[in-house]
Design a protein around this ligand. Structure first.
Ligand SMILES: [Zn+2]
Ligand SMILES: [Zn+2]
Length: 108
């Protein structure tokens, strides 16, 4: 049975619940993710529960919105806005011990 897992931003105003552990974690090397230090777990769009207000940022010519906590600034997830069937959750917000053993890839 897959167990759901809840993470939170640094100040705790935003919490994220994923339905299961990701198969892999992507330390995406693109300019944005490298700057943000994001480590993505990919899920079906809408399958992760987000609570709390977020602020968004959309890179030029892209469709996904990157969401962050407006208080502590920590990046929480991205939303493909119906254009991609997936969403990305920043697994840096979760208990790292729970993620041990999950392969980390660098897929741009
Ligand atoms: Zn926060
Ligand atoms: Zn990236």
């Amino acid at each position: 049975m897959a167990a759901s897992l809840t993470g939170r931003c640094d100040c705790g105003a935003v919490t994220i619940t994923v339905p299961s552990l990701p198969d892999e974690i992507n330390a995406c090397p693109c300019d944005y993710c490298r700057r943000a230090g994001a480590r993505w777990g990919y899920y079906k769009a809408g399958s992760a529960g987000i609570s709390g207000e977020t602020a968004t940022y959309r890179r030029a010519a892209k469709v996904a919105d990157f969401h962050r906590c407006p208080t502590c600034g920590i990046l929480t997830h991205w939303d493909g806005n119906g254009v991609t069937p997936h969403m990305g959750v920043n697994m840096s917000n979760f208990d790292q011990e729970a993620l041990s053993g999950i392969p980390v890839v660098e897929d741009p």
